[in-house]
Design a protein around this ligand. Sequence first.
Ligand code: ADP
Ligand code: MG
Length: 139
Amino acid sequence: MATERTLTIIKPDAVAAGHIGDIIKIFEANQFKIVAARLVKLTKKEAEGFYAVHRSKGFFESLTTFMSSGSALVIVLEGENAILRLREVMGATNPANAAPGTIRKLYAASIESNAVHGSDAPETAAYEMGYFFPGIALI
Ligand code: ADP
Ligand code: MG
């Protein structure tokens, strides 16, 4: 196992519902270390750039409207096997399918408003960290 960095976003639904602290507590309980954080309110264009890989999907318009609807907390997490482990701690995209105790099971309201983002592979983690924290991947 290797130490990795991954990008997570506490999405606008979870920020608005007052779950920043709850979710960070879960990150810390699972041995993730915060190495960078920014509270942002994405423009529609920034949300579209971030989710460019989903541009052809039917939910793209709705997703990028949601992601630009309010404050979101963007965080770089570091830890052993961080990319895969974060995905496990987050739970399935659809909270109806998320395992008990996962962040999405606890705090997500729907498949779209699902509380958190997490990078899904080393290449996407590098792109996503660079998108919000230019330069940090070079340290
Ligand atoms: P994940 O965030 O689990 O990696 P995806 O990369 O497939 O999931 O999708 C990105 C985001 O788009 C999801 O987290 C969710 O907010 C939204 N999304 C995914 N699938 C749907 C869907 N069928 N309907 C509405 N929104 C969706
Ligand atoms: Mg994804």
